[in-house]
Design a protein around this ligand. Sequence first.
Ligand code: SF4
Length: 151
Amino acid sequence: MMENIKTKIGIIICDRYRTCAGGKCFRALQHREGAFDGYAKDETVELVAYTTCGGCPGGNIEYAPEEMKKNGAEVVHLATGFVVGYPPCPYIKQFKDLIEIKHGMKVIIGTHPIPEKYLIEHTKMKTWNSSEWAELIKPTMSDEKTRIDYN
Ligand code: SF4
C-alpha cells in the first residue's frame, strides 16, 4: 500500500493583520486554493505553527522558523497579507532568503488567493508592475472566480 505523503507547514502573517482569525488561510488550505494548490488533494498538510512577523521590520522572522522547525515544519508560508497590504511588505525577499538560507526551510509566498478587490487596487496603483513582484504574486493569483470568492 502506498503511504500517504504528510507535510507539516507553518504560516507567518504580516503583523498589520495580527488580529486576523485566519479564516481565509484555513479555508484555502482545506480547499487547496491559492498558494496551497501545489499540495496534492490526498496529501496530508498539517499546520503546526501560526504566528506574526512581530511588526516592522519583522524581528520574529529571525526566530519563529526555528521553533516551527522543531515542531516538524518543513515549509513556511508567508501569508498573502505580505503582498496585498499597502504598501506590500518591503522585506519579503530578505525574509525568504533568511528562512531558506539560515533555517534551511522551503518558503512559499502566500496562503489564500488574492482577493479580487486587492488586485483591482494594486493594478490601479501599479504596485506589482515589476518582474520581481510578478513572481511574488504568482502563487496566489488564482482565477477571477476564486479571487471574487475571497473578497
Ligand atoms: S510589512 Fe512586513 S515587516 Fe511590516 S508588519 Fe508586515 S510583514 Fe511585518
